[in-house]
Design a protein around this ligand. Structure first.
Ligand SMILES: Cc1ncc(COP(=O)(O)O)c(C=O)c1O
Length: 459
C-alpha cells in the first residue's frame, strides 16, 4: 500500500499536536498532511490528489476556495477585521443577521453569530435556561437529547451528546442532561419504520412527563444524526416532537450544524422535514470552511425576554471575543447569497436523488443494509450480510485505509460511511466519487475476506 513518507521533522511535529478523535500512534502510520484545496479536491504534501467526498467535514458546501467567498473576505479584510463585541457591533454583522432571517423558517429571526458549532449549541442551552428563569419557570433546566447524537466538544455540548466513549472520558458531566434513543435503535422491533419513529417520539414525551415538565427546558436533536450513521427519522417523528414540546412548554432545538445551508434539499433540514423548531444551531457550511463560524438562531419573541428596563439585568449573559466577527459575517453573507441566487438547495435535492441511486447500487456487494439521508447528505450502513444484519466494523476499518490510499476522503465510523459532496458537484463528479467508493469497497471486501480465510486456515 502506498503511503506518505514522513520526514523526521514532520514526524517530530506530529508528535507535538493532535488530530481530532484519532489515536496518534495510528495516524502517524498513515498520516494525511494536506497542503492545498480547490473545488472538490485536496492535495497532500506529496502532490497526491484526493476527492473530497465530505466537504472537509460537512463544511465546504460550495467547494473549496469558492471565488465569491474569497472575494468577500478580501474586501472585508481591507475594511475592518475586528469589532470589540463588548462595546459595539459591526454593520456587516447586522447585514448578516438580516440575511439569515431571510432564509429561516417561521419566526426564527433572532441571530447570535459565533465561531463554531459547539459555541452555538452551548449558547442555545444557556439562552433557554436564562429564558425560563426570566419568564416565571426557574425550575426548567433539563435538556433531553439522544444517544449517538453529537452537539460539540465543549462541556455543555458534550453533556448533551450521546456518543459513548467520546463523552465518558470526561464524566461526570454537568447535571440536568437526559438521553433517549434515536429511532433506529428499535428498527427491528417494529413492523414498520414509521411505527419505530412514533415509538421513539413518544419516548421523548414519556421522559418529559416522568421528569416533570416544570423541570424540562429543552429537547435538542440533530435532524439527521451524523454520528449514528446518518440516522434519518420520518417527518412525522419531527411533527410529533414539535407537538410534544409545544404541549409541555419545552423548547425544541434543531442542531443543524451539519444539516444547515442546503445539504438536505432546503436551506435548513427544518424546512425539509416541514417542522419549525424554537432554535436552530448552525456552523460548518455557513462559512464554507473559509473561517470559523457558527450561529444560534432563535424565535424572535424569545429574545423579548432579554429586553426590559436598563436596571433589570435581563441581558443574555453570554459572549465570546470573536463571535460576530466582521470577517466571518462577510463570509456568511457570501455563502447565503450564493446558495439563494443559484438555488443550490434545490440543486442538492436533485443531485441527492442521483447520488442515492448510485449508492443503492452498492447493495449488490451484499454488505449494505441501508442507504440513508436527504439531498447530498447520505450514509451507507455496512453489515456482514443482509440476513443477519450484523455490524461489520472490520470492513469499515479496511475501507477507511483503502479509500484514502485510492485518493478518497469520506467519513467512515466504521460500521457506516457518510458522504456529503459539495452542492455544486456535477453528475460526472458524483460518478467519479461513486466509482472511487465502489473500487475501495471491493478492495476492502477482498482484504477482509482474505484475512478471514487466513484466520480460518490458522484455526
Ligand atoms: C451536529 C453537530 N453539532 C455540533 C458540532 C460542533 O461543532 P464544532 O466542531 O464547529 O464546534 C458538530 C461538529 O462536528 C456537529 O456535527
Amino acid at each position: 500500500m502506498n503511503q506518505m513518507r514522513l520526514d523526521p521533522r514532520r514526524e517530530r511535529l506530529l508528535k507535538r499536536t493532535f488530530v481530532d478523535f484519532q489515536q496518534m500512534s495510528d495516524f502517524i502510520q498513515h498520516p494525511l498532511i494536506l497542503e492545498r484545496a480547490e473545488g472538490l479536491y485536496y492535495w497532500d504534501s506529496e502532490g497526491k490528489r484526493y476527492f473530497d467526498a465530505i466537504g472537509g467535514i460537512f463544511v465546504a458546501t460550495l467547494g473549496h476556495g469558492h471565488p465569491r467567498v474569497l472575494e468577500a473576505m478580501r474586501k472585508q479584510m481591507e475594511r475592518m477585521t475586528f469589532v470589540p463585541p463588548l462595546h459595539g457591533i459591526a454593520g456587516v454583522t447586522l447585514d448578516f443577521v438580516e440575511r439569515v432571517g431571510n432564509v429561516t423558517p417561521g419566526n426564527l429571526k433572532y441571530v447570535k453569530p459565533f465561531s463554531g458549532g459547539s459555541e452555538s449549541t452551548e449558547a442555545a442551552m444557556k439562552f433557554i435556561r436564562q429564558y425560563f428563569k426570566q419568564t416565571g419557570h426557574p425550575g426548567k433546566y433539563k435538556f433531553i437529547s439522544r444517544y449517538l447524537g453529537y452537539h460539540g466538544g465543549t462541556a455543555g455540548a458534550m453533556a448533551a451528546s450521546g456518543t459513548g466513549s467520546r463523552k465518558t472520558k470526561f464524566e461526570p458531566h454537568m447535571a440536568g442532561f437526559l438521553k433517549v434513543f434515536p429511532p433506529n435503535h428499535y428498527r427491528d422491533t417494529f413492523a414498520s419504520w414509521e411505527e419505530c419513529n412514533r415509538f421513539a417520539a413518544r419516548a421523548v414525551e414519556d421522559v418529559i412527563i416522568h421528569e416533570d415538565p416544570e423541570t424540562v427546558a429543552g429537547v435538542i436533536v440533530e435532524p439527521i444524526g451524523n454520528t449514528g450513521g446518518i440516522i434519518t427519522p420520518t417527518a412525522e417523528y419531527f411533527r410529533m416532537l414539535r407537538e410534544i414540546c409545544t404541549q409541555h412548554h419545552v423548547m425544541l432545538i434543531f442542531d443543524e450544524v451539519i444539516t444547515g445551508f442546503g445539504k438536505t434539499g432546503a436551506m435548513f433540514a427544518a424546512q425539509t422535514f416541514g417542522v419549525t423548531p424554537d432554535i436552530i444551531c448552525c456552523g460548518k457550511g455557513l462559512s464554507n470552511g473559509a473561517i470559523p463560524m457558527g450561529a444560534m438562531i432563535a424565535r424572535e419573541d424569545l429574545a423579548e425576554a432579554f429586553w426590559g428596563l436598563p436596571e433589570e439585568d435581563l441581558q443574555f449573559a453570554h459572549g465570546h471575543t470573536f463571535a460576530g466577527n466582521p470577517l466571518a459575517c462577510a463570509v456568511g453573507i457570501a455563502v447565503i447569497d450564493e446558495i439563494v441566487e443559484h438555488e443550490l438547495d434545490r440543486r442538492a435535492a436533485r443531485l441527492g436523488e442521483y447520488l442515492a441511486v448510485r449508492l443503492e447500487g452498492l447493495k449488490r456487494y451484499g454488505v449494505v443494509r441501508e442507504v440513508r439521508g436527504k439531498g447530498t447528505l447520505r450514509g451507507v450502513e455496512l453489515v456482514r450480510d443482509t440476513q443477519s444484519m450484523a455490524p461489520f466494523p472490520e470492513l469499515g476499518m479496511a475501507l477507511k485505509r483503502i479509500a484514502l490510499n485510492n485518493g478518497l476522503i469520506m467519513r467512515i465510523d466504521p460500521t457506516w460511511f457518510a458522504v456529503s459532496p459539495a452542492l455544486v458537484a456535477t453528475e460526472s463528479e458524483i460518478d467519479e466519487m461513486c466509482s472511487l467508493i465502489e473500487k475501495s469497497l471491493a478492495e476492502a471486501l477482498e482484504e477482509v475476506g482474505r484475512r478471514e480465510i487466513t484466520a480460518s486456515l490458522a484455526r
